[in-house]
Design a protein around this ligand. Sequence first.
Ligand SMILES: Nc1ncnc2c1ncn2[C@@H]1O[C@H](COP(=O)(O)OP(=O)(O)OP(=O)(O)O)[C@@H](O)[C@H]1O
Length: 303
Amino acid sequence: MTAVVEVAGATRTFGAVTALDDVSLTVGHGELVGLLGPNGAGKTTLLSLVSGLRRPDSGTVRLFGGDPRSASSRIALGTTPQETGLPPTLTVGEVVDLVGKHYPAPMPRGEALARFGLEDLVRRQTGGLSGGQKRRLAVALALVGRPRLVLLDEPTTGLDVEARHILWQALRDYHADGATVLLTSHYLEEIEALAQRVVVIGGGRVLADDSLASVLGLVALRRVILSLPPGHDVDLARLPGATSAQQGLDGRWTVLASDADRLVRALVAQDVPFSGLEMRGASLEEAFLTLTHEETHDEEAVR
Ligand SMILES: Nc1ncnc2c1ncn2[C@@H]1O[C@H](COP(=O)(O)OP(=O)(O)OP(=O)(O)O)[C@@H](O)[C@H]1O
């Protein structure tokens, strides 16, 4: 079966800035893929190539096997950019109807609003919506045409916890209905909550592309937290298995460890008088920072 998205060796520059550097990415039918990376990593540029808003300088981009710039490829695409302009004098219901009219088999107004908990706002002018309500409406509009692929650029930025959970559930439900979803996020918990596959982007390049569990396992980073007696002087970051160490405001030390077992063995072997030892899995953010760090070190090693 043809892939939904096929990016092959895509490079895109803006003047002196290389936003994407030889990026390849294939997304199959029914996948839910999270694009993770810091500000300026190239995530939005990548989405703009997939949605046909921009062209790569070199390399190819296919959407449903066709040219992303052609209307026939884009008809099954729903997108929500980072910022959405809504006509302020139209009501929520009118905007949903207006957008739906562009598609052959749109969701009924009631269904689109119910999926995002917006039913009570159907008669409200969009200019009178809160930022979070606008955001939910913007994502609802991306789904009105029942797209087979949904591209979401930071869908829950600025939303409170409840609104974020409504949106996550709506996306999970839509994905369960058979859609393919590609989203970027700065919220690591969002990627962890939604994505089955994570593509880590840094400096315009794909640093990792694997299942959520594998991306975490790839760096196998653990957080080891402990206390030391006042005045005790040991360089925790230099112990075997440790990658960095930091003392918190409460005086406790947090050591990031690539091999926590080895670190604990070294603490015991060197008679370090630690107490209150705790160990936790690394967050996606920590895993991601390590990946970026390793890439930088590899580059430095090559130079
Ligand atoms: N239209 C443009 N003109 C000039 N530079 C641009 C343009 N669009 C993107 N860039 C640059 O390309 C790089 C990648 O930007 P991009 O917006 O794709 O990153 P991002 O990962 O989406 O970041 P963010 O998370 O902040 O949205 C950045 O250095 C950015 O400044």
